[in-house]
Every structure is written in structure tokens, then in C-alpha cells.
Ligand binder design. Structure first.
Ligand code: G1P
Length: 296
């Protein structure tokens, strides 16, 4: 069955970024001039996934506004003759036909995915986390869909992480099948470094058969008292194979202050109009002028 839908869980509190996330979703934080969530929507679109289902929460309305038509703004830009901006704004509003569904309680990532079941129905679907931006030569969702089309089973994107970072991720234990493809034997959510079965970490891009919903319904709370998607995948393994595809991409976790700062820096360094001035500034900082910690 063709993969047509993507679920983007964006309901989380963004506690690592409070108080900035009290009223503003972390998914709307800008990477220069484009909000994080737009990168993920564009990733879906370039893999031909047009049905984007956002699992949102109480304070996530700005995401809805972003993908909606803003006629006043369009009129204003037209009147000012700002045609480039107008084109850009119009494109964003017409990128997708979004569906918004509320996760009433924040019971964990697994629960957020389960909330989307009535909209997904009984078909394979993608889950793309709303704060992870992935940069690769080839669209990773497209590659995952290829693997799904071959095996007809769920596929999870993984990447190699430093051992010091293992406890931040879901980690798989997989058997190598062929270039970049593994069959998963087991997986564990945020293990201690010494207990991790490998250094292959779940990126935040998943392609599931609809059977995952059955498993999510019986997944007990796990790490942090939350219903973990990783635990549901473990249960899925009892019934059917799950594949992993190892990607060699740059993975940006914009959901933490340091991850966000690195992302913005990296993207800014790739922008012609910002690059030179930024490099000069960084050089200056490093050579003689790193500001002291302000104690006032
Ligand atoms: C989630 C998943 C984890 C995955 C990670 C990727 O964790 O539970 O398995 O490795 O995303 O970013 P979170 O970072 O949302 O706590």
C-alpha cells in the first residue's frame, strides 16, 4: 500500500526551552527566517507526502496560523510591491492540506502517535518529529519509503552517535543485512551508555505499518512515566520484522538550547548573505574576545 500520510507530533511542552516555549511552540523557532516545522513539512513534501497530520496541544496555534492563508498580510505585501516576500508567504500557505488533531494530555510520544490513528486509518504512515531537522543528499523519507516498498514492513532511520550521547536517544540492536540496512532485534529507549546494545540511535523519522497502533494501545508507561514509541516498536517486533536504515546525514536537534544554537549557526554559515560577517565575528570571538559569563 502506498505511503501517503505523515504524522508530526508537535504537542510537547518544550520544557527544555522554557520560558521561551510558554506561549510559543519550539517548532516555530526560526532557523534564520524559516520556522523549524517548515523544514519538516518540506521534507515530507519532497517525498511526495502531502497529507500532514499535526498532533498538537493547547499552546500550538501559531503552527496552524503559519500554514494558513493570511489574506491581510498578502494584501499588504501586494500593496507595498514586495513581490518576492508575497510569493514566499503564499507558497507556505498553500504547501499542504494540514490536519490538526489535539493530544489532550501529554502522555508521551507513543501516545501522541496513537492520537492520530482515526486520521491515519489502516495504512502505512510516516512519523517525523517536529524538532529534528535532517540534512542529507537524498531525502531520507524517500529512502525509507523505498525500503518499505521492498519489505512491506516498518522502517526506522538511525544514525551513529558518540557514546557520550547514547543516553539521549532510542538505541537499536540490529543485524546488518546489506548496505545501510539492518533488521532490528531489539531496541531500548535512552539506555545508560554501558547498557546500550550499539551506538545506532533513532533519528526521529519512522515509517510504520498500521499494526503499531495495536501495540501503542497496550504499551505501558516507560522511561519518564511516558508511553514511549520505542517500547511500542519493541512489542511490534514480537509480530513482525522492523527494519532500520542507517543514514549519514546531519541531524539537528533544535529542541534543546545548545542544539538550536548549533543549528542556527550551521545554517547561517551556509547562507551567502550571512556567512562572511558571521565567520569574521566568530574569528574575532575566538581569537581574543570570548565574552565572560555575565554575573549581573
Ligand atoms: C525521541 C525518541 C527517541 C529518539 C529521539 C530522536 O526522544 O523517544 O527514541 O531517539 O526522539 O530525537 P525525545 O528526544 O523526544 O525525548
Amino acid at each position: 500500500m502506498q505511503v501517503r500520510k505523515a504524522v508530526l507530533p508537535v504537542a510537547g511542552w518544550g520544557t527544555r526551552f522554557l520560558p521561551a516555549t510558554k506561549a510559543m511552540p519550539k517548532e516555530m523557532f526560526p532557523i534564520i527566517d524559516k520556522p523549524v516545522i517548515q523544514f519538516i513539512v518540506e521534507e515530507c513534501l519532497s517525498a511526495n507526502i502531502e497529507n500532514v497530520i499535526f498532533v498538537t496541544g493547547r499552546h500550538k496555534r501559531p503552527i496552524e496560523h503559519h500554514f494558513d492563508i493570511n489574506t491581510d498580510l498578502e494584501k499588504h505585501l501586494e500593496q507595498c510591491g514586495k513581490t518576492d516576500l508575497l510569493k514566499n508567504i503564499m507558497e507556505i500557505s498553500r504547501l499542504i492540506n494540514p490536519i490538526y488533531i489535539r493530544q489532550k494530555e501529554q502522555l508521551g510520544l507513543g501516545h501522541a502517535v496513537l492520537v492520530a490513528e482515526p486520521v491515519v486509518g489502516y495504512e502505512p504512515f510516516i512519523v517525523a518529529l517536529g524538532d529534528i531537522v535532517v540534512k542529507d543528499e537524498r531525502n531520507i523519507l524517500e529512502r525509507m519509503i523505498e525500503v518499505y516498498n521492498r519489505f512491506g514492513k516498518s522502517v526506522i532511520a538511525v544514525f551513529e552517535v558518540d557514546t557520550k550521547d547514547i543516553s539521549k536517544y532510542g538505541i537499536i540492536n540490529g543485524r546488518y543485512i546489506e548496505k545501510d540496512i539492518y533488521i532490528i532485534d531489539d531496541l531500548v529507549e535512552k539506555p545508560k551508555q554501558q547498557e546500550a546494545p550499539s551506538n545506532l540511535a533513532i533519528v526521529g523519522r519512522y515509517l510504520f505499518t498500521p499494526r503499531i497502533f495495536e501495540k501503542l494501545k497496550i504499551t505501558p508507561p516507560g522511561k519518564g512515566g511516558e508511553i514511549q514509541l520505542t517500547d511500542a516498536i519493541r512489542l511490534l517486533l514480537e509480530d513482525e520484522a522492523v527494519y532500520a536504515i542507517k543514514i549519514d546525514a546531519r541531524v539537528y536537534d533544535t529542541g534543546t538550547p545548545i542544539g538550536y544554537i548549533k543549528t542556527v549557526l550551521d545554517f547561517a554559515l551556509q547562507k551567502e548573505d550571512l556567512r562572511d560577517e558571521l565567520i569574521a565575528y566568530l574569528r574575532q570571538l575566538i581569537s581574543n574576545n570570548i565574552p565572560q559569563i555575565d554575573t549581573v
